[in-house]
Design a protein around this ligand. Sequence first.
Ligand code: ZN
Length: 308
Amino acid sequence: MNNYMSISRKDFLKACTLAAGGIILKSSNILGQLQEKTEGFITLRDNFGIYIERGGTIAWLASSDAVVVVDSQFPDTAKNFTASLQKITPRKIDLLFNTHHHGDHTPGNVYLKNYTAKIVAHENCIELQKKSYGNDPGKPQVYADTTFKDEWSAILGKEKITAKYFSPAHTGGDSVIHFESLNIAHVGDLVFNRTFPYIDLAGGGSVVNWINVLEKVIKYYSKETLFIFGHGITNEFVTGSMQDVNLMKDYISALVDFVSNEIKKGRTKEQIALADEIPGFKDLKEMRAGLKKMNLEKTYDELTKNKN
Ligand SMILES: [Zn+2]
């Protein structure tokens, strides 16, 4: 997503309660302020977890022979994340991945670069990052030093980490980062879990092709894969299963079907954008006001782009 979401303490506590048993909090209870800064550092497995503060979900693997991080949020939140990470390992980050270029997933590179040996992203990700933010002095950028076209892998300690590009969807440069032994995949913003996605046609995205990409993701990973999503309607939904990936695919399919039928009926963009609901997704909630309308408008734009 291109705009950060804020996480309320209430939502976070709700998430922890719901996930009781699977989540071990690493935050300190000594100082309220310190706790506030570290409350989003969540352990999902012995040496693997997520960090939620502001922006896209960060994933981390921290063992004696490998430290791997996926996405970096913002410089200030990346600093808070690093403070928590350093409590469990003195090792620097071997690999930092950016799932895509958006300004709530990559700006923290600026802070993390001092602790990181290698930053990896899809080749389109850095081009889009340069195009979107590279000329803005108010938005300093650190770009990946290692890029790939289709797939990139590394073996670190007991873990093999593979980044894969499936083709345009949320942007023109989304990748999925798979921790193969753990069978955990961070899909970035390919899934906005239980909420309307941000669609970035200018950033090379495609609503229509997003369906194909999610079909490939569903085929490539397994029912046992634990998925990490860039965003969820609440913190409890930033991780999930293949069921959630399927739901996202069903939503995008319903969106494309609905808008193309409305176009066939002769409805204008303005009329279509006023629709109350996408059929089958009446209860879907917005992370911020206007995203449903934006979904309808962007889908209209893509479906009519060669006909104007
Ligand atoms: Zn995004």
